[in-house]
Design a protein around this ligand. Structure first.
Ligand code: ZN
Length: 120
């Protein structure tokens, strides 16, 4: 009797462990799918950027040097040459609350900041 209770206890422990392993496996699968989608989007964006640059080079005389200088100028707008363009927070023109560049709209009154939304 005591042995049976102990065995039931152990089976319950193993079932819970198995559930956790299956949950972790499912989360890994979801993360891998999300990563694959991000890589596809990144590849597509890189392709579009290259096409845009080549069109500008052919039609407007754009050069690698001018592009690099502009990238550095934009990178330094937040005071750090970190390879990222961090848009600055702005005040909402309707309610004066700070608008997070991350959301591109005022979380207090709903004002849509279209200038920020284009690059988020
Ligand atoms: Zn607002």
């Amino acid at each position: 009797m005591l042995w049976d209770l102990y065995q039931q206890y152990r089976i319950g422990q193993l079932d819970r462990k198995l559930d956790r392993v299956q949950d972790a496996s499912n989360q890994d699968s979801v993360a891998r799918d999300a990563l694959a989608r991000l890589e596809e989007k990144l590849d597509r964006l890189a392709l579009i950027n290259r096409a845009m640059f080549e069109l500008l080079r052919e039609s407007a005389g754009m050069s690698e040097e001018r592009l690099s200088a502009k990238v550095l100028e934009i990178d330094l707008r937040d005071g750090q040459a970190d390879g990222k363009a961090a848009p600055e927070p702005k005040r909402c023109p309707k309610c004066e609350a700070m608008i997070s560049p991350r959301f591109g709209r005022c979380l207090f009154c709903g004002y849509q900041d279209t200038a920020v939304a284009s690059f988020t």
